[in-house]
Design a protein around this ligand. Structure first.
Ligand SMILES: [Zn+2]
Length: 292
């Protein structure tokens, strides 16, 4: 079903594949940007057709990445997962070919030895587990799962204080991993190999990280949810509805953009629709995503 959406990149010796679970979801920009209007999206014609419709609706995808570097075969996030009960129908009780797609992309599930979650939202941790005979079990029992210490502790506090509206995903996607003893708790600049390391990009969540890849002089960054849509390159400081700390999210986004603008660093957007990657270039007094 989603096999036609598999995409591959090579960054030096590092191979990256993308697996899509929900492709080209169309929604109002007001979901992401407060008071966002279709006319605002239409001010940026470079978004059409990949990232927005001519009518000014945003398009986003729900996807994750697998990469190989040295002896590590790493999941970067694990999407939404099957059989979930979630707030929105689009995420509920998904039945997809995710695991087959992963194998078709060259990353058969038993070959994965590391699972890294950029943060602990439901759409980044789902396939950590799967439902077998009514029980949630690790999808990658041979892997170490890397959870940010700060991020994990934050969600535990939210659970204890009732500070978040829905923590079902902790129960089905995180707890089974810690119970099985498969979790390692890491710092926000953790190095996975000499070619792949984490960059702290807080704001969306407190322990949020992006993933930096550098090999043989080539460079890329997988954003995570530091930004959700390329329109945020045009308006980095507009507060994002999904960010837990909105001013910090905006500050992190602006710093990130300034760090990578007009450089040969490929930006791979965790929610960017196909082609999902591009370069940050100047566009007037802001920036845009260049696909070439
Ligand atoms: Zn997300």
């Amino acid at each position: 079903m989603a096999r036609e959406h598999i995409r591959h990149w090579k960054v030096g010796d590092v191979e990256i594949a993308r697996i899509v679970e929900v492709n080209d979801w169309e929604d109002d920009i007001a979901m992401l940007l407060p008071d966002g209007k279709p006319e605002y999206v239409q001010r940026f014609p470079w978004l059409v057709p990949q990232f927005a419709t001519p009518a000014g609706k945003m398009l986003i995808s729900f996807q994750c990445f697998a990469l190989s570097s040295r002896d590590k075969r790493v999941m970067i996030d694990t999407c939404i997962g099957a059989d979930r009960q979630r707030e929105f129908p689009v995420f509920t009780n998904l039945q997809t070919t995710f695991l087959e797609d992963l194998a078709a992309a060259g990353f058969a599930p038993p070959t994965i030895n590391t699972v890294m979650c950029t943060h602990l939202h439901f759409d980044h941790v789902g396939w950590n587990t799967r439902l077998v005979n009514g029980k949630w079990v690790p999808t990658f029992p041979q892997a170490r799962y890397l959870f940010g210490r700060q991020e994990y502790d934050h969600w535990q506090r939210l659970r204890e204080t009732g500070g978040y509206h829905n923590i079902d995903h902790l129960v089905d996607s995180i707890d089974p991993i810690t119970s099985a003893g498969l979790a390692d708790f890491i710092v926000t600049d953790h190095r996975i190999t000499d070619e792949v390391w984490l960059e702290p990009t807080p704001g969306h969540t407190p322990g949020h990280v992006s993933v930096h890849i550098r090999s043989k002089g080539e460079e890329a960054v997988i954003t995570g949810d530091m930004m959700h849509h390329p329109i945020q390159l045009a308006a980095p400081t507009i507060h994002g509805n999904f960010d837990m700390d909105k001013p910090l999210g905006a500050k992190t986004r602006l710093e990130f953009i300034k760090r990578y603008a007009d450089r040969k660093v490929l930006i791979i957007g965790s929610h960017f629709c196909d082609p999902t990657s591009g370069w940050i270039v100047r566009d007037g007094d802001a920036w845009k995503l260049s696909l070439k």
